[in-house]
Design a protein around this ligand. Structure first.
Ligand code: DUC
Ligand code: ZN
Ligand code: ZN
Length: 466
């Protein structure tokens, strides 16, 4: 099976060239002007951008939280991702307290088999006694080269500083990468207790009880632990300006500190918490929406590379029946919001069309950087000879209205309902298979493959020009 993509404008982080791309089986074999090769499939791409498939390194498919489970499973979630131009995700396996990392990985790999695009897994560590530390090395051998730790959710996920330090020290030795959900738990629990005592139960109190200061405090603290351990660290879902000041400061001293933000922090704000009819519950995700002025700082940080990645933290719960279960108490609203399908569209429309970032930087933050940071590059995250043929033909002119009535995510609302955006994935190729064409699904079931990832490459210092 071969494909020739003709006459497109091929975008990578360092350039844009009019070229043809020849794909044989799963791999990019040739790139150049007017290749004139015969192929089983010819895709005419003139007037289109040809970009590496998106890499979303933060998703939660089939994630049980309390008595609900995220509404997209590995099949529906990865299909929706593909419609949006994402061809690789990294989701999570979660250790059960007192059990091995191996058990968690084996169980999650079974669930993830339904994926229709390629996928990797991070390992969430919830306890790490001395005798388990070498299990991290075993994960690395199996291609799980990143570990997520939480400083919040004391009842389920939070770990103490000792655990964080052990994990950091071990990744220094074994070449993995620690990712942190940074929010100060003591502050949050105190504020939640106070709010409930005062009868403040509406959704907006989710945000009020998880203030920016809680994130900033934890970010600052984790930067110090990582510096002490001399290990790199990656912050997930950075939402506010002040966290970025500490991140930038550490990076400017050469500390290998990396971070992502998510569309919900670039495009929603505390203003959405004034919505009537309990609609504010749709905006209950963690960290919560921040005051709007933070958005400019997030964009600046994407421009100046203090932030390297935009992932979705796709964590969908239906409004009806699921978000609604927290009607009389915000602490019962499942935390999370959908977005796996909209990341490229939103960043293209508001970033590229909006004049904030170049098409090259767009490709970098949605594909190349995530692939590099998480050991997928150069198989994923670029268009190069020998790379996997994960390619999106992007129509930069198509206008599209985002809506829950037309999106492919299995969730009954969209944070961006009715938003008109310019730019859409027209054809999506995943390892040489055309999986989306003319807004129609063409892929086979369960065709995604588990990606065994390489070690983290940027160990010694922050590299501003990665
Ligand atoms: N953190 C995440 O990374 N995702 C969903 C909820 C949360 O707290
Ligand atoms: Zn988190
Ligand atoms: Zn998450």
């Amino acid at each position: 099976m071969s494909i020739l993509i003709k006459n497109g404008l091929v975008i990578t982080t360092d350039g844009a060239t009019n070229a043809d791309i020849f794909i044989e089986k799963e791999t990019i074999k040739r790139i150049g002007p007017h290749l004139g090769l015969k192929a089983d499939n010819i895709i005419e791409a003139s007037g289109k951008l040809v970009i590496p498939g998106g890499v979303d390194v933060h998703t939660h498919l089939s994630l049980p939280v309390g008595n609900v489970i995220t509404s997209d499973d590995f099949e529906t979630g990865t299909r929706a991702a593909a419609f949006g131009g994402t061809t690789t995700i990294i989701d999570f396996a979660q250790q059960v307290k007192g059990h091995s990392l191996r058990e968690a990985l084996d169980a999650r790999l079974k669930e993830a088999k339904k994926s229709v695009i390629d996928y990797g897994l991070h390992m969430i560590i919830v306890d790490l006694p001395e005798q388990r530390i070498t299990e991290m090395d075993e994960m690395i051998k199996r291609g799980v080269t990143s570990f997520k730790l939480f400083t919040a959710y004391p009842d389920r996920l939070m770990v103490d500083d000792d655990t964080i330090l052990r994990a950091l020290r071990q990744t220094k030795k074994n070449g993995g990468l620690v990712c942190v959900h940074a929010e100060d738990s003591v502050m949050i629990e105190s504020l939640v207790g106070k709010a409930l005592m005062e009868g403040k139960t509406e959704p907006k109190y989710h945000a009020a009880t998880r203030p920016a200061e809680a994130e900033v405090k934890a970010v600052k603290h984790i930067i110090q632990l990582a510096r002490h351990a001399d290990a790199p660290v990656y912050f997930v879902h950075i939402s506010c300006s002040e966290s970025l000041e500490y991140i930038r400061q550490a990076q400017s001293k050469g500390q290998p500190v990396y971070a992502e933000t998510c569309p919900q922090y670039l495009f929603t704000s505390t203003e959405d918490l004034d919505r009537p009819n309990f609609e504010d519950a749709k905006y209950v995700f963690t960290p919560p929406p921040r005051e709007k002025w933070n958005q400019e700082k997030l964009w600046n940080s994407l421009q100046n590379n203090s932030l390297q990645v935009v992932s979705t933290d796709h964590c969908p719960f239906n409004f009806r029946g699921e978000k609604e279960s927290g009607y009389s108490n915000f602490t019962n609203i499942p935390n999370g919001a959908p977005g796996i399908e909209n990341r490229l569209q939103l960043l293209f429309n508001f970033g590229v069309v909006g004049g904030k970032i170049s098409t090259n930087r767009w490709v970098e933050i949605i594909s190349t950087m995530p692939a590099k940071l998480f050991g997928l590059y150069p198989k994923k995250g670029t268009i190069a000879i020998g790379s996997d043929a994960d390619i999106v033909i992007w129509n930069p002119a198509t206008e599209h209205t985002i809506s829950a009535s037309t999106h492919h995510m299995k969730v009954d609302y969209s944070l961006y309902e009715g938003w008109r955006v310019q730019g859409l994935a027209e054809i999506v190729v995943s390892r040489g298979d055309i999986i989306v064409e003319n807004h129609t699904w063409k892929g086979k079931p369960s065709r995604g493959k588990f990606c065994t990832r390489e070690l983290f490459q940027f160990r010694r210092s922050f590299n501003p020009c990665m």
